[in-house]
Write a protein that binds this ligand. Sequence first.
Ligand SMILES: [Fe+2]
Length: 201
Amino acid sequence: MSTIAQTYVAKDFNLAGLNGISDKTLETHFGLYKGYVTNTNTLNEQISGLIKNGKAGSADPAYAELTRRLGFEYNGMRLHEYYFGNMTANGKGQPNSETKLMKAITESFGDFETWKTDFVKVGGMRGVGWAITFQDPFTSRISNHWVTLHEDGNPAGFKPILVMDVWEHAFLLDYKPAERPKYIEAFFSNIDWDVVDQRID
Ligand SMILES: [Fe+2]
């Protein structure tokens, strides 16, 4: 039997000078992100090795644990890429009314404020995880979801459109734990609406 492990390379993001999210926070956060890339690669190699040697067995606790961890590390890697990728130091208010994004928001929520209020409420939920606007490829509608940790709550087949990290490491150097709403407002002022619009199908 042979198998080839997928290897990922950490991406670079130029986000210096964000509004209300310090360069120090970003530096720490990029380090955490790189850890997810490294761990995803390591897990893929280990799992691949077990498959190659015919050692991959459902009843083997080591194989099961590696496979479960892959969901955590892989989603941790990917969600950070969406998150860093949808921010810019040149953020501006809200998306242009002519965009595909604004059309999707209007069709799914009625207006921008209703969608934003809902997204902010999801982001303020207790616990660590992510607030994500997804698009359903079957209906084209968008909806806001909570993802616990990195892997629990991703709706199958939905496409991430806007991704916000609400683990405390995303803001603890800049705000107190109870000041998550301030971080969320800062995040909103840094959204790259062009990137978010391009993600809409
Ligand atoms: Fe994070």
